[in-house]
Write a new protein. Structure first.
Lengths: 207, 596
């Protein structure tokens, strides 16, 4: 039976010609699936935080300034933009530009992580730990460090992935698609931060 | 360009030659499937022996069980189980059975072996992830087992590990310190394995199908695994952070799950501020989908086995698939029915009761499709089809009690009694295990190239079928009589009359368990000395029976991927080889089929 006969049966003509049904390569589909799972993980943590916060009278609101978190957010958002430039350059076949933008993205991630650690150290210096803080319920420190820690872990993993994939892309082992897949993960880390900022920082700003 | 890279990703790896790469650290999905099956087999025997020990203790409270002190000298001084040790064994029974048997065997074992073959692929897109998923799961199992050997033994909190007793440490009893940490670590590791497996299952189903294999041409077993992997992707992703938060409560001094002013053993707990209900919300958000993760692959397997043996397709292939999908979606919305008496806002109970009653609709549709398709069919009776019928029987019997439990007003009375224990053992555990047995008798010839002994299989079926009802039907009666679960002895006046019933259950459990050795013998004997299996012993149509050799070669189809021309179940028609046309057969369908 020829391929034309097959197509005539009316069953997913795309498959007969060998095009994957959703035109999504396996790696890209896998990273989307991972993002769904990871989003569920973050959602679990953020819902748990909301559950505890709502159930606790006099939840502390110790933050005074949004300057630091605004800078961190700006850097992370910008790094998403540079990632975009990198992927676009890679798709256009401009290898060195793609590598340069990937490197800039990774540097953005590193600066974000350093600012984050500096902020953590400041809070620890004020007496905030996982089980104690000077402002009220110990859950404040526990949830703050858990959620931002989970995110920081993702940023760290992302930086390592960006460097590893970027270098191998430059060496020719990985392709533009692989850079895009890493970029998708990086945008997700960025997106999650946009949930963390209002819930964990802005809600706990003293009026 | 995209399709090129997707195709290029088909694992064109050469067959390994060394023993280690071939049989131990193999990236072949078939070997990984068998490894999962072996793990589940070990786990199910551990879990079964634990249930024997529990049942013996429940029947005869001060019975000395020879050798038990070797397992734990503090838990069983003089070979007599302490109340705490009873609870510890019960916790491990539940945990091992739910995670390492009901999740690994029907889903990971059969799914790994047969999903890629049924869609016509050479392998999964990420064979290394696949290998990792098994080894991660094995590590999780070893961590779980290791808790038997720490000083005060495994945790006693039940497989649901309710807070605050799971979160306050050893003040809550033996095993609540290190035991809980090991339990939570094991489950968190297990979640990673499931994530890797689910990624592979979904991408294989969507991206790796061979030419002509549209979604509606997938066999029902593939649908079962696919829908399950979608559930597994998000359910385990929520359980993992819950377990990590539980570990933090132990090791980092946090109090996510411990409320203020808690006094245990006359000691005011140093924790403050958390919520005990939070654990239940996080756990059951995973826990209820987990019930369907256990049963939906069994539904797929049973549907697949029945169509082959009925020699005709299901009444409605599509409605069956849609119903399994509806189960998956609804499974996330009903989890609160586990918490009707936990102190939630009563309005929440009503909110969760509604989808719980709704979810009985797709379940009922599935059962009706099975029964309607069976009605008037000339079913071939063999071990596989008998166990498929048994699965349907167990699912109905266990499902009926679900109607009662779904209503908050009735659940207040029945919650945490043996009625619930009987309900979930029938509907989820025994039904899923019957699905595993059905799949084993059906696919063993393809997996190992030899036939299983049918006579032993039928004896195994009847003993298991009658035995399972003898064990779990009386549970319902005991529950209605007010018998609370997790009691290690029945000393109250109102429970005394139930002791003979419990002794009957114990005897039934021992006998049914012993009958499983017939299966084990059959499995091992047939593996080496069974009759050689032909390529397609059941005259089935799906692609796993179209492999060039039995068992399939390393790349499944000998380097030439099949092309699919038909819906999966072309039976009861006039084909050139008999009353069926295989999916990869280019011949035209003459008489009525689903395509007509």
């Amino acid at each position: 039976m020829s391929q034309a006969d097959l197509a005539m049966e009316g069953h997913a003509p795309g498959l007969v010609t060998g095009i994957p049904p959703f035109s999504v390569p396996a790696k890209k589909m896998a990273i989307w699936l991972f993002i769904i799972a990871d989003a569920a993980t973050f959602a679990g943590c953020l819902v748990a935080y909301g559950f505890l916060r709502n159930g606790t009278p006099h939840w502390p609101t110790p933050f005074h300034s949004i300057v630091n978190v605004a800078i961190m957010t700006f850097i992370l958002l910008t790094s998403s933009l540079t990632m975009l430039f990198g992927v676009r350059a890679a798709k256009a076949g401009d290898k060195s530009a793609a590598f340069r933008w990937t490197l800039i993205t990774a540097i953005g991630g590193i600066i974000f992580a350093l600012l984050h650690i500096r902020e953590w150290l400041g809070l620890i210096g004020e007496g905030m730990t996982m089980f104690h803080n000077p402002w009220g319920t110990s859950l404040f420190g526990a949830s703050f460090f858990s959620i931002t820690g989970l995110h920081l872990l993702h940023v760290t993993g992302g930086v390592i992935a960006l460097l590893a994939v970027g270098i191998r892309y430059m060496g020719g082992r990985y392709k533009a698609d692989d850079l895009e897949v890493t970029g998708l993960y990086w945008h997700f880390v960025d997106l999650v931060w946009m949930f963390v900022v209002p819930l964990v920082y802005l809600l706990n700003l003293s009026h | 360009m995209h399709d090129m890279s997707a195709q290029a990703h088909v694992a064109h790896h050469a067959p390994p030659t060394s023993f280690i790469r071939k049989h131990i650290f193999s990236i072949d999905h078939k070997v990984i499937g068998k490894q999962y099956y072996g793990l589940a087999l070990v786990a199910v025997f551990v879990g079964m022996v634990l249930s024997w020990l529990m049942r013996l203790h429940l029947g005869w409270t001060n019975l000395a069980i020879p050798g038990l002190h070797w397992l734990s000298s503090t838990g069983a001084p003089g070979n007599v189980m302490t109340p705490e040790y009873y609870l510890q064994l019960m916790t491990m029974h539940g945990t091992i059975m739910v995670f390492f048997v009901l999740t690994t065997a029907p889903f990971a074992a059969f799914g790994n072996f047969f999903l890629p073959i049924q869609v016509g692929a050479e392998d999964m897109p990420f064979p290394r992830f696949n290998m990792m998923s098994f080894w991660v799961t094995l590590v999780a199992f070893l961590v779980m087992i290791s808790s038997f050997f720490v000083s005060d033994g495994p945790t006693l909190g039940g497989w649901t590990q309710y807070a605050p007793l799971s979160a306050v440490g050893s003040v809550a009893g033996p095993g609540q310190g290190m035991g809980v940490i090991l339990w939570a670590s094991s489950i968190a590791i297990f979640c990673i394995g499931q994530l890797l497996g689910s990624l592979n299952f979904i991408t294989t189903t969507l991206d790796m199908r061979t030419k002509g294999m549209s979604l509606w041409r997938l066999p029902l077993s593939t649908w079962g695994w696919f829908i399950t992997s979608v559930m597994g992707l998000t359910a385990f992703a929520v359980l993992m952070p819950a377990c990590i938060l539980l570990i933090l409560d132990h090791v980092a001094g946090t109090s996510f799950f411990v409320a203020s002013n808690l006094v245990l053993n006359d000691q005011l707990q140093p924790h403050a501020g958390g919520s005990t209900l939070l654990w239940q919300h996080l756990f059951w958000f995973f826990g209820h989908p987990e019930v369907y993760i256990a049963i939906v692959p069994g539904m797929g397997i049973v549907s697949h086995v029945l169509t082959v043996n009925m020699r005709r397709p299901m009444l409605s292939h599509r409605v069956l698939v849609y119903s399994m999908g509806a189960l998956a979606v609804l499974s996330y919305m009903v989890y609160g029915h586990h918490m009707f008496v936990s102190g939630m806002n009563p309005i929440s109970s009503i909110v969760f009761s509604f989808p719980t009653l709704i979810i009985t609709i797709p379940s009922t549709i599935i059962v009706l499709i099975w029964l309607g398709s069976l009605y008037g069919s000339r079913l071939r009776i063999n071990s596989a089809s008998l166990f498929a019928l048994g699965m349907i029987s167990m699912f109905i019997s266990g499902g009926v009690s679900g109607f009662f439990l779904a209503q908050p007003s009735l659940d207040i009375m029945l919650h945490a009694t043996y009625f619930v224990v009987g309900h979930f053992h029938l509907v989820m555990a025994v039904a899923a295990i019957f699905g595993i047995f059905s799949g084993t008798y059906f696919w063993f010839p393809k997996m190992f190239g030899r036939m299983m002994d049918e006579r032993l299989g039928k004896i195994h079926f009847w003993l298991t079928f009658v035995g399972a009802y003898c064990i779990f039907m009386p549970f319902h009666y005991a529950g209605l009589a007010g018998n609370v679960r997790r009691y290690q002895a029945f000393v109250d006046d109102y429970l005394q009359p139930l002791i003979p019933l419990h002794r009957f259950i114990t005897v039934a459990a021992l006998a049914t368990g012993a009958a499983q050795f017939i299966f084990l013998y059959n499995l091992i004997h047939s593996r080496y000395w069974g009759e050689k299996a032909p390529d397609n012993p059941w005259q089935a149509t799906s692609l796993e029976w179209a492999t060039p050799t039995t068992p399939p070669p390393y790349d499944n189809f000998g380097g030439k991927l099949p092309v699919v021309y038909h819906d999966p179940y072309q039976y009861g028609i006039e084909g050139s080889t008999g009353d069926y046309v295989m999916q990869n057969s280019p011949e035209k369908i003459q008489s009525v089929g689903e395509e007509a």
